[in-house]
Ligand binder design. Structure first.
Ligand code: MRU
Length: 349
């Protein structure tokens, strides 16, 4: 769903159901999928019809409401038991992005704090899901503007490099890392964004470059193994990426390959920023070693489109995320400000 300014909104609540932009089909086809029950929402998250940490948080919140709506009881004890089953279903979809668990917890809290009938609790859950979505959109705009202030003052027009898709598609809209890119572009300070293609699922090629083209932002697509060369040739002024979970010490899980980009950025003395909402920080985990890393199906590696690219007999390892150590991160850009990774506690709420 796009607005007149071509701004993308991947999740829309409409006529008692959720409409999701099908991110598995972009950029070749712009399709919208109707989600009418929590089981369909769980499948949409697992299959990555909807993906990106804040977006799956919003999707899970609506999934919780859809599940709650379908619980047929007036008895609140039975209702809460059934609601916990819905939460369990949604928690099992993807393990790394903490926003998913954060959103489910927030919905459960709203349910337990609502004094009233089961029907009134259901109504409160829909309002909470809508609030999570609206807050995420506002948060992304704040992150974009804070990020712009944190970027190097020189040169006047910057070349930024980003990884994966931390854009409007990955959030309620506007994006985190791409929010920073958007704010930089709108302020007249962006020369170009370099988008790494992001193997194995190619979110950079398929989604980030699509979003940039929609808005007329100059974008150059590179393969992941070109990032070091581009930095070495002086093409990159700063790196901005998103996050799926940030541990208390600032270690950051993001799409597999982010860690390599951070290492080469450090080697070239190029600032490497992580842009993420506070809901992505997991103060319960001391370091990144504790972050659960999703492993996905090997077909993401052995197949490109329909073509199998390796011989039979090969074994596979397909972690979907890696952890960038805090010492490689110049600053974490949140809606409340930009902090060094070792000062996250100052943002604790
Ligand atoms: O597997 P994905 O596509 O859900 O991974 C997405 C990322 O790694 C994003 O960079 C991250 O979720 C931040 S989105 C604002």
């Amino acid at each position: 769903m796009t607005s007149p300014t071509n701004q993308v909104y991947p999740i829309v609540w409409q006529d008692d159901r959720v409409m999701l932009v099908d991110q598995t089909q972009l950029p070749n086809k712009y399709a919208v999928v109707e989600i009418k029950c929590c089981e369909d929402m769980a499948t949409a998250i697992t299959t990555m019809i909807v993906r990106g940490a804040p977006a799956i948080g919003v999707a899970a919140a609506y999934g919780m409401y859809l599940g709650a709506r379908d619980i047929e009881t007036e008895d609140s004890e039975t209702f809460f038991q059934e609601l916990e089953k819905v939460a369990q279903l949604l928690r099992q979809t993807r393990p790394t992005a903490v926003n998913l668990f954060w959103a489910i917890a927030r919905i459960l809290k709203a349910a337990s704090e609502t004094i009233g009938s089961v029907a009134e609790i259901k109504e409160a859950l829909l309002e909470t899901a809508k609030a999570i979505q609206l807050e995420d959109l506002q948060t992304c705009h704040a992150i974009g503007d804070r990020g712009l202030e944190a970027l190097p003052a020189n040169p006047d027009k910057l070349c930024l490099l980003t990884y994966c898709n931390a854009g409007a598609l990955a959030t309620a809209g506007y994006g985190t890392a791409l929010g920073v890119v958007r704010s930089t572009w709108r302020a007249g300070r962006l020369a170009r964004v370099y988008a790494c293609e992001t193997r194995p699922r190619l979110q950079g090629a398929k989604l980030t470059s699509w979003e940039c083209v929609q808005e007329g932002i100059p974008v150059t697509l590179i393969t992941d193994n070109m990032a070091a060369h581009c930095m070495n040739r002086g093409l990159i002024d700063a790196v901005v990426v998103g996050a799926d979970r940030i541990a208390a010490n600032g270690d950051t899980a993001n799409k597999i390959g982010t860690y390599s980009v951070a290492l080469v950025a450090k080697a070239h003395k190029i600032p490497f920023f992580v842009a993420a909402p506070l809901s992505t920080i997991d103060f319960e985990l001391a370091t990144g070693m504790e972050i659960p890393i999703e492993e996905r199906h090997p077909s993401e590696i052995y197949q490109v489109g329909e073509t199998v690219i390796c011989p039979p007999g090969v074994e596979f390892y397909n972690p979907a995320f890696d952890v960038t150590p805090a010492e490689l991160i110049a600053g974490i850009i949140t809606e409340k400000g930009v902090v060094p990774p070792d000062s996250l506690h100052k943002l604790q709420f």
